[in-house]
Design a protein around this ligand. Structure first.
Ligand SMILES: Cc1cc2nc3c(=O)[nH]c(=O)nc-3n(C[C@H](O)[C@H](O)[C@H](O)COP(=O)(O)O)c2cc1C
Length: 183
């Protein structure tokens, strides 16, 4: 099959970054444990893939420390942060410096795989690593979900247009039912 996009030049990276910054996402911390040590990074490039089987994907930069640890461990946990956990987001993005113990912020437990799960996170998806797809600077890591944990009643932390944002300024998180558009 001929892909039409091949005939058209790509936009410049800066132009893409400017446009994609308008894409508001929830903020997650992806964690793993390897050789008795915990690793993790803040990520917004996270998406649900399928419910049957329960599968999620994350896009992780290959140059970071956590990437190779997830591949080695073969497991990871996606922690969806609440608004109250914005400090966790900043620490795991490296804003406190590379030397800081990221896991000193927040309270961490484990679910099924042993990857760190953040207490009070809006949701945690504990995963066994599945397919790894190379995409230039990043790998797309697919995770088969073997355990979850939810904390209801807390709004999730958002990130868009280069700022952390609050959900209640967009719409109320409470409700569901007939407004439940997922799946
Ligand atoms: C809001 C926000 C979203 C981010 N999303 C991603 C992401 O989806 N994937 C990624 O690889 N890095 C992402 N980063 C950057 C990493 O969190 C950052 O580079 C981190 O220090 C990497 O840690 P590591 O070297 O331990 O892997 C994001 C940073 C911020 C502030």
């Amino acid at each position: 099959m001929v892909r039409q996009s091949k005939a058209l030049p790509s936009v410049a990276a800066a132009e893409y970054v400017q446009a994609v910054s308008q894409h508001v996402s929830s903020v997650c911390v992806i964690t793993t444990e390897w050789d008795g040590e915990r690793f993790g990074l803040t990520a917004t490039a996270v998406s649900s893939v399928t419910a049957e089987p329960p599968r999620i994907l994350v896009c992780v930069n290959k140059n970071g420390i956590t990437h190779e640890k997830i591949l080695a461990a073969g497991r990871f946990c996606v922690n969806v942060l609440t608004e109250e956990q914005d400090m966790v987001a900043m620490v795991f993005a490296g804003m406190g410096g590379q030397e800081v113990d990221r896991f000193a912020t927040g309270r961490w437990t484990r679910l099924a795989t042993g990857a760190p799960a953040l207490e009070g996170a809006a949701a945690a998806f504990d995963c066994v690593l599945g397919e790894v797809v190379d995409q230039s600077s990043h790998s797309v890591l697919f995770g088969d979900v073997v355990a979850t944990r939810c904390t209801t009643g807390q709004d999730t932390l958002l990130y868009g247009a280069r700022r952390f944002r609050q959900l209640r300024k967009v719409f109320q998180a409470q409700g569901g039912g007939e407004n439940d558009y997922l799946f």
